[in-house]
Design a protein around this ligand. Sequence first.
Ligand code: DSN
Length: 434
Amino acid sequence: MSHPFAASPFDAWLEGDPEVAGLLGKEAERQSTTLQLIASENFTSPAVLAASGSILTNKYAEGYPGRRYYGGNAVIDEVEELARERAKALFGADHANVQPHAGANANLAVYQALLEPGDTVLAMRLDHGGHLTHGSPASITSKVWRFVSYGVSPATGDPDKPGETIDFDQVADIARRERPKLIVAGSTAYARIIDPLPFREIADSVGARFLFDAAHPAGLIAGGVHPSPVGVADVVTLTTHKTLRGPRGGAILCDAALAKAIDGAVFPGLQGGPLEHVVAAKAVAFAEAARPEFHRYAAQVVANAAALAGALAGEGFRLVSGGTENHQVLVDLRPFDPELTGKVAQEALDRAGITCNRNTIPDDPRSPFITSGLRLGSAAETTAGMGVSEMRLVGELISTTLRHRDDEQVRGEVRSRVRELCAGFPPYPSLAGA
Ligand code: DSN
């Protein structure tokens, strides 16, 4: 098959299924001609695509290397062992479990390994930036365990001390009062560095275990631009597809003493057969993240987010927590336009070719479906090669789109400028026209 936007290294093999091939082609075009600013997304390498599209999908491998329930797993054992060893080396961990199908599964496995049903867990509020698996009422986690939550401090309006950062006094107070068995650090919508050390101190002061959910900053940690929680937290969970730039999936890191409990909680506790094609792709991604160029990439991700944040602040948007130290920019839309909701903004930007997601902001008066905020991320377009000048332009394009959101002509002009910008930074130049 030949179309201008390649969807995978194996495009030609889909010739017999023009319907699926056509859809992949359309999605490849979307990813190549619109801006990808969803903070939890990235563009994997062609090598990661190749491994995750490989024949390893054919194999059942319940169990772990050397201890499988089915025959024929000699090569699979080598694949999984390679992924485990690369994860351990990349993060300096004693033990790695690379089987979780997702970050949510990784967290569930940790809770299962460390807790009894009904035990108390202290984690970040969803509406202040936490994750569904940190005890949202909609998640199974809150039905099995008793979650109590901390949040961020109030916004101050002072540019030197903007607030909306994790309130460690509150974390310590709640920990003393509630005596949790486990304290969870980590977030899905928080633009600051999360320092694992204060969490460790608070956990030790109340005899709690400490889980660091590094789903979002995993690549920034691997790239050396964020402090590593490995060796500080008892367990670290991560996703492999966000800043780490690997295939969609999860992983768990811990010390040797917890290895057996964690492994048993993943399989047979939670999952069946591991996705060994994805495990192979994780191995590829771990090796890629160990290279010096990945350190440069991680630093550029942070610089690009800062440039985007600066541009948006200059356009009259308020930055939650006063700015960014990671790949995310969390925007409060209200000072820009009190009538503009996150939902309307997301839809208007989508039509202009700028892909991002609405997000609640701390103490948001609007519902999670409507919201007063947007979450933007720099990881994907940094992979495509964009730098700070492109991020400043993106900030301007976002502002123009939202200011003139009902003007078809302006929207069309922005869409053309987005298309032109993206044409200079194709995510898969080596596959184009394959
Ligand atoms: N859905 C992920 C995110 O966007 O951050 C979290 O699971």
